[in-house]
Design a protein around this ligand. Structure first.
Ligand code: ZN
Length: 198
């Protein structure tokens, strides 16, 4: 059972729950509720800035914020990070007590407070080994307008194929291997991105 990232790193989807055997997104009514909630949420999140960048630059300077590449936490309480700020988050999570707040509604706020207070990873602090994973290489979530339309139609309608770059079976196999390696790293750190939401 392969787990895949879609749009952003962090949230992992069970491939068979989200994609058809042909590698296309399933109709939403065939996707279990929990991954469906995250999938719909992702269509919004992929356009959002990194939380840490936003704390630095703010709304007035929002064009200087990097777009989010990584998502942690629960739908609605997500922490969004760019690749540069992931190390700060991981340091907070591992070394500054962040892990104790895993699953709490205030998880994101705790990190924001720490970061806004000047909390940073030491220079050279290594994040996960998957930093070379190119977010642009991940399959995109379904188009938001398409999702909206389908939700409004009660999930009926044709299937869409937005898995660009995943057409080839060999490519998919390679991607699975790298995802598995990444998953080991994540499990080791125990970020808890898959813990039950309630
Ligand atoms: Zn950032």
């Amino acid at each position: 059972m392969a787990k895949v990232n879609i749009g952003l790193r962090g949230w992992r989807f069970e491939e068979s729950e989200v994609f058809t055997e042909d590698g296309e997104f399933k109709p939403l009514d065939e996707v279990p509720e929990e991954p469906r909630e995250r999938l719909v949420r992702l269509t919004y999140l992929v356009e959002q800035p990194c939380d840490a960048c936003y704390l630095i630059h703010g709304e007035a300077d929002i064009e200087r914020c990097a777009q989010a590449a990584i998502v942690y936490g629960e739908p609605g309480d997500e922490l969004l990070l760019c690749a540069d700020h992931e190390a700060d988050f991981l340091y907070w999570y591992r070394e500054e007590g962040g892990k104790a707040h895993r699953g709490e509604p205030t998880f994101r706020d705790r990190f924001h407070e720490w970061f806004a207070d000047g909390g940073r990873a030491p220079a050279g602090y290594e994040g996960l080994d998957h930093v070379d994973t190119d977010p642009d290489g991940l399959p995109d979530p379904p188009d938001p307008e398409e999702i909206h339309r389908r939700l409004n139609e009660g999930f009926e309608g044709r299937r869409i194929d937005l898995r660009e770059g995943w057409d080839d079976a060999d490519d998919a196999d390679d991607a699975d291997e790298s995802e598995d390696a990444e998953e080991l790293d994540l499990d080791d750190v125990d970020l808890g991105t898959d813990y039950p939401s309630r």
